[in-house]
Design a protein around this ligand. Structure first.
Ligand code: SF4
Length: 330
């Protein structure tokens, strides 16, 4: 009988967050790097970042700062947008595998096939993409929108054109309502915002009758129709700041957003809305984006120290640059 060698289990050593923060601070100064963090990353990452925001604000920050190195703590398409708008800068990301279910739901081959089919049918289409798309998909689009500028951009599309809106069907449906423009909707969605349970939200509201329900427009229609306030992350921040008297909010978006809300308007109480798994019906206490959760202090330290992983320039970034600049910077 052959004896199998004994393989020792690798031990994972958790490093002290305070030591990591000190190391990150020293490396950022030494390399003249700026750390950008999305509101959906952990609170401790938002706290050490030089800039925090939604994808629109961070894309604009990336284009305007002078630091030669950017560490983008968010998901892959955000790092791509930073590189596209600042090709001369080194854009590092803590984890190249931090993707996005919404961006993945609209791959460029399928989009091109749909555009070709619609044009072959004689339909005069303009493709409007939510910013949560890959650079390859952006390169096939006419306009890029965020939840903050979507209305203004859609108003710019001539009335005699049909709009193909990708990839978020829920945001698209919401925009149809607020702009009055009929659109062809791509059937994509975000795995986090898709999970909110209407039943649990109604129960939470019953338990907190005086509360204000606040939801991201990426949520399905059945959630949006019972909300008191609908807005993207920046709009949510502006709204809570505008209310001086303490309020209780039921928040239907990624749970890390509550850190950003507490920071800017600590007078209020924020309760995360529970999620539910559509296939099993089980509730999930934490509406956490698994892609955003791949960002950690340790990985930020490592990428600053090692100068990788890096977002490399790809040939299709040039087309994506034209549409991003036209949509977000002008
Ligand atoms: S929260 Fe949704 S849209 Fe945002 S990065 Fe995660 S999967 Fe993508």
């Amino acid at each position: 009988m052959t004896t199998l060698p004994i393989v020792e289990k690798p031990t994972f050593v958790e490093e002290d967050p305070l030591d990591l923060m000190d190391e990150i601070d020293a490396l950022r100064k030494e390399k003249n790097a700026a750390i950008l963090a999305h509101f959906y990353t952990d609170g401790e990452i938002q706290d050490i970042a030089d800039f925090t925001g939604d994808s629109l604000k961070l894309a604009r920050d990336a284009a305007s700062i002078t630091n030669p190195i950017i560490v983008f703590s968010g998901v892959h398409f955000m790092g791509e947008s930073a590189k596209i708008l600042s090709p001369e800068k080194t854009v590092l990301v803590p984890d190249l595998l931090a993707g996005c279910s919404l961006a993945d739901s609209c791959n460029p081959h399928d989009l091109k096939a749909m555009q070709d089919q619609l044009r072959a049918e004689g339909r005069d289409i303009v493709t409007v993409a939510y910013i949560n798309t890959t650079a390859a998909t952006k390169s096939l689009c006419d306009w890029i929108v965020t939840s903050g500028n979507a209305r203004e951009i859609i108003d710019r599309v001539p009335k005699d054109k049909e709009i193909l809106f990708v990839p978020d069907q829920h945001l698209g449906r919401y925009l149809q309502e607020v702009t009055g423009r009929k659109m062809i909707l791509w059937p994509g969605s975000c795995m986090v915002h898709e999970m909110f349970s209407k039943q649990d939200l109604i129960r939470a509201k019953k338990n907190n009758p005086e509360s204000i329900i606040m939801a991201h427009p990426e949520c399905p229609q059945n959630i949006l129709e019972i909300c008191d306030f609908i807005g993207g992350t920046e709009k949510m921040r502006q709204y809570v700041v505008s209310l001086k008297e303490p309020q209780r909010f039921l928040v239907a978006t990624e749970v890390a957003m509550i850190h950003a809300l507490k920071k800017i308007a600590p007078q209020h109480e924020y309760i995360p809305v529970p999620g539910i798994f559509a296939d099993t019906g089980e509730t999930c206490a934490c509406n956490r984006c698994p892609h955003m959760a791949r960002n950690t202090l340790q990985k930020i330290r490592d990428c600053l120290r090692d100068g990788k992983p890096e977002i490399e320039w790809k040939p299709y970034f040039a087309d994506a640059k034209d549409v991003l600049e036209r949509s977000l910077l002008k």
